[in-house]
Design a binder for this molecule. Sequence first.
Ligand SMILES: [Zn+2]
Length: 206
Amino acid sequence: MSDFKYEDLLKKAESAFSKGDKNKMRLQVPDPDVIYEGRVTIVRNFIDIADMINRDPKHVAKFLMKELGIGVTIDSKRLLINRKVSIDQIKDKISQYMDSFVKCYECQSPDTEIQRVGRVDLLVCKACGAQHPIRLTRESKSSESSLEEGKDYTVTVTEVGKSGEGKAMFRGFRIIIPGVKIGQTLHVRIKKIMHDTAIAEVIKEK
Ligand SMILES: [Zn+2]
């Protein structure tokens, strides 16, 4: 490969892709509105949160019950948790829920739905068309949520810019890959990361 100027490529990619996808990708989930009554934690806007992420409140409640290991009850718009739980803990669990059941594993779009096919629940993305069996993310997601230069990842190209650079969304990063086609799933190596954009080169086609 000739001597790529990665900075130049990044700049070009920034302008080619700057509009549009940012807002669509990031879903603003309201912070839990929590009060305590004795030993009970009450999330007053629980139904609003479930509505915002477009999931059945009962499904979210069941997940929280399992994760927190305590009984919970839905009471009109509120969720009652039978123990004192900090706001941060609740936020953590909701973001964990989002990672497993809401955000597309490929492009991170929250515009998804869960479809049951046979015995398998699939997370189906309306933005990029990806379909994956639901996988539960574990708490320690430090290695899962970042990207490292020099490491290889598997990504799917969802867009190709004006000057021919392919784009893939992965772990919240915009990955720019020169010389690829839309829809290709590729093993790529990250050459350079700047902010939320990374330049990668193809190692091999999947
Ligand atoms: Zn997607």
